[in-house]
Write a protein of this length. Structure first.
Length: 325
């Protein structure tokens, strides 16, 4: 199993399959991106993804999260889900999406083996949602969530980036949303990246504000699972759903890190906020997994104990669409 010099074991791969996104979220890609074929020409191929996932699985990876950009812009997303699920050793296949294609495609994703979906919804107010994303698609996305629940998808979560002046006054709406729905709503602290320092300074808000309220209202924290992501999960007996908090600026956030990232162009990210990325694409041109495994085993030795966000160093990550957060 992949183990770093701090004795952290890595069982969770976040795999970006494209950097392009059709939304224009203020904190990530306010100017949008080119979503045409040329912008996606250098994305990993299906064969390259198969070879990559095989090598990671042989080194103990048990969970694959497919991210972007917006992964559903790839027409072969269902095939990617299926190949990940069919790889020996992989137990969980998850997807992070903006949800705009869920009503059309979630049935196919589920049939291909999808175990979990996280949908980005930064506001439940239609006007604010359009202001943040540039699209008036909240109702369709909510319908897609309902369809995922009807299918019986084992894990359904909503991701919301916590932002001052955008949704810091919307906690009542978020709590009402999970009162009757078996969905976890996760608040994610706004993170500084290379392209958003001024936005970050204006809108960052500590998740401690939310946790203080949850505890006052009787919410309790769950124990963290082996292959869980970084969220602190809270539950309440009067609610069908839960609340999760992802707080990268909190003390010891990196102590339990169990995940690695690979970009849509085959670059290994030992951390979301490293200064340099290591390309392994040249090793994905053969079906032999041994060179990829050897590369990963050597690379993991160079993983730092922590990111350096507290020093306002976001590394080489210009925006989160590069690697899916």
């Amino acid at each position: 199993m992949l183990t770093d010099t701090f004795d952290r074991r890595f069982s969770y791969l976040r795999l970006s399959i494209t950097e392009v996104c059709n939304f224009r979220c203020d904190y990530c890609l306010p100017e949008g991106t080119d979503c045409g074929p040329e912008a996606r020409a250098h994305d990993l191929s299906l064969d390259e993804i198969r070879r990559l996932v095989t090598a990671f699985a042989r080194l103990g990876m048990r969970k694959i999260r497919i991210t972007g950009g917006e992964p559903s812009l790839r027409k072969d997303l269902t095939d990617i889900i299926a190949l990940c699920k069919q790889t020996p050793g992989i137990e969980t296949v998850a997807l992070t999406t903006n949800g705009y294609r869920m009503t059309k495609d979630v049935d196919d994703w589920y049939a291909a083996g999808l175990d979990a979906v996280n949908v980005s919804i930064d506001s439940l107010d239609h006007a604010k949602f359009k202001m943040i994303t540039g699209h008036n698609k909240l109702q369709k996305i909510l319908e897609g969530l309902d369809r995922a629940a009807e299918l019986g998808l084992p894990s359904i979560k909503v991701n919301s980036v916590l932002m001052k002046h955008y949704n810091d006054d919307a906690m009542d709406d978020f709590l009402d949303f999970v009162r009757e729905r078996p969905i976890t709503l996760r608040m994610i602290e706004l993170m500084q990246t290379g392209d958003n320092p001024e936005f970050f300074d204006r809108h960052h808000l500590s998740g401690d504000v939310v946790i203080d309220r949850l505890r006052r209202e009787g919410w309790q924290e769950r124990l963290r699972g082996r292959d869980s992501g970084p969220a602190r999960e809270f539950w309440h007996p009067d609610y069908a759903g839960g609340i999760g908090m992802i707080m990268p600026y909190s003390k010891d956030f990196c102590a339990t890190c169990n995940r690695l990232r690979v970009s849509s162009q085959g670059q290994l990210f030992l951390c979301l906020f490293v200064d340099e990325h290591q390309s392994l694409r040249h090793l994905l041109q053969s079906d032999d997994p041994e060179p990829v495994m050897a590369f990963l085993q050597e690379a993991i030795k160079g993983k730092d104990y922590s990111h350096h966000l507290h020093e306002q160093n976001a590394g080489a990550t210009k925006h989160l669409a590069m690697i899916g957060g």
